[in-house]
Design a protein around this ligand. Structure first.
Ligand code: NDP
Length: 470
């Protein structure tokens, strides 16, 4: 496949390509251009060229272009979902949800177009004050491999509807579905250069995008250290920044919770996408008085998850996406073997593909890595706590602050969790649901800014004050 620059499908200027591999089989399933700084420059130039005309298109018409693409995506969701399974590894049901979720996001932003307007006010001393909302200009969206389609939607939707043009860089292991979706934008009649999709390594192509002087905003989703680096690289040219970084989401299970539902919810929100979700539950804190029952339920439900290739019938969990993630996970499991108790999983598999059985561990030392850092893989630590005070203290004890949940039937405890858990999103008796209506993003080390939500267009526009005296 080729990159989309200025409405044309192009090879990398170097002529080089990079392979895309199926994580369940290690088979090569395609290749894309290995773009570099020159290609980044060409894409930004194409986006600059398209900007003036696109920013003058009425917002509702810009929204219509998104809605028309959403309809095409829905029409082709089966084909796109199968491609997403092949490059990412997730089960078909999850891939289908993600592709339809992408369409839903475009539809949400098409609707939000009608909320874009300025303001005027009469002010005796100055005449009239007009506040215009101007697009920022050329934006860059950088996307990780875990939810490549959904997260691309979080960047494309608001950037385009607000009148900006965009250069989008998918992760190197998952570029194919995004490029196919690019074809649907072209088919829906999006003008050339409004959306450009470039492929290539983050450290060269991505770096050239985030340092480019003509780029006004970078919206980055990825790992915390990369995010820190992106912030530094973007600083000299004063770019607007949204950083959606990792999470180590805690779940607190109180002794009054519906344990059956809580166990099902926690297992679902840990092993979805093979545990590779920024807002997956990465630590479960359960009151000691119900811990035995909760652990037994969680272990039982985890062992029922069928692991396999995402296109196989009945599969509940696919492989990890890439070799680096697999090696990191293997190291974590090896380290835990000596110091924790496995309630489920933990055996190695000699299956081809980056597979792990889903794991539940308990009795971890308090400084064990999964209790401090984000673990992007299928392991659920369950930790006993004596009460809500201890649970909240321990839940807040990492540098992350993306999501958190509390499972209880007690309104006062739920309220306490909502108030005191340090997170951008708190769920009560659920976890992982991320509707576009809800602002999404983290506090502390989980990032800066928010994506989605009714006010997100403020992050893709700049106010211009005009004072008119007659
Ligand atoms: P990375 O940070 O490694 O990569 C993310 C993207 O950044 C990729 O497209 C990558 O390109 C690119 N990139 C890498 N280096 C640079 C650079 N120097 N300049 C510009 N771009 C660069 O993260 P992962 O792909 O490993 O994604 C997993 C992480 O994403 C997890 O920590 C997860 O929690 C987080 N995440 C956060 C979410 C949130 O909203 N808070 C949502 C989903 C995931 P390439 O692939 O070519 O290396």
């Amino acid at each position: 496949m080729k990159m989309l620059i200025g409405g044309a499908w192009t090879d990398a200027s170097s002529g080089r390509t990079m392979k895309v591999v199926n994580p369940a089989t290690w088979d090569e399933i395609g290749s894309v251009p290995l773009g570099g700084p020159e290609d980044a420059g060409a894409a930004v130039e194409a986006a600059e060229h398209a900007l003036a005309a696109w920013s003058e298109v009425p917002a509702l018409e810009r929204g219509r272009a998104l809605a028309q693409t959403a309809a095409l995506v829905r029409g082709e969701s089966e084909r796109l979902a199968a491609l997403l399974v092949a490059e990412q590894g997730k089960p078909l049901r999850e891939a289908t949800d993600e592709v339809r979720g992408f369409a839903h996001i475009l539809e949400y932003y098409a609707g939000l177009a009608s909320s874009l307007h300025g303001e005027t006010m009469a002010a005796k001393a100055y005449g009239r004050i007009v506040i215009e909302k101007r697009p920022l200009g050329v934006c860059v969206g950088i996307v990780p491999w875990n939810m490549p389609v959904l997260i691309a939607g979080w960047k494309i939707g608001p950037a385009l509807v607000a009148g900006n043009t965009l250069v989008l860089k998918p992760a190197s292991t998952t570029p194919l579905t995004t490029l196919e979706i690019g074809k649907l934008f072209v088919r829906a009649g999006l003008p050339p250069g409004v959306l450009n999709i470039v492929t290539g390594p983050g450290e060269s192509l991505g770096e050239a995008l985030v340092t480019h002087a003509a780029v006004r905003k970078v919206s980055f989703t990825g790992e915390r250290e990369t995010g820190r680096h992106v912030a530094e690289a973007a600083a000299p040219t004063m770019k607007h920044l949204t950083l959606e970084l990792g999470g180590s989401d805690p779940a607190i299970i109180c002794d009054d919770a519906d344990l059956e539902k809580a166990a099902a919810g926690v297992v679902g929100a840990r092993f979805y996408n093979c545990g590779q979700v920024c807002t997956a539950i990465k630590r479960a804190y359960v009151f000691s008085s119900v811990a035995d029952r909760f652990k037994a339920l969680v272990a039982e439900k985890t062992e029922k998850i069928t692991v396999g290739g995402g296109m196989e019938a009945g599969v509940g969990m696919g492989p990890l996406n890439n070799a680096g993630g697999y090696e990191r996970m293997q190291q974590i499991v090896d380290d835990l073997r000596g110091e924790a108790r496995f309630l489920a999983g933990g055996e190695t598999t000699d299956k081809k593909g980056w597979f792990f059985a889903p794991m539940v561990v308990t009795d971890l030392p308090s400084d064990a890595l999964p209790l401090r850092e984000e673990v992007f893989g299928p392991i659920l630590p369950v930790i006993e706590v004596s009460d809500l005070d201890e649970a909240i203290d321990r839940a807040n004890s990492t540098q992350y602050g993306l999501g958190a949940s509390i499972w209880t039937r007690n309104l006062e405890r739920a309220g306490r969790g909502c108030r005191d858990l340090e997170a951008g999103i708190v769920w009560v008796n659920q976890h992982l649901k991320i509707p576009p209506e809800a602002p999404f993003g983290g506090t502390k080390g989980s990032g800066i800014g928010r994506e989605n939500g009714p006010k997100v267009l403020d992050r893709y526009t700049e106010e211009k004050s005009i004072l008119i005296r007659s």
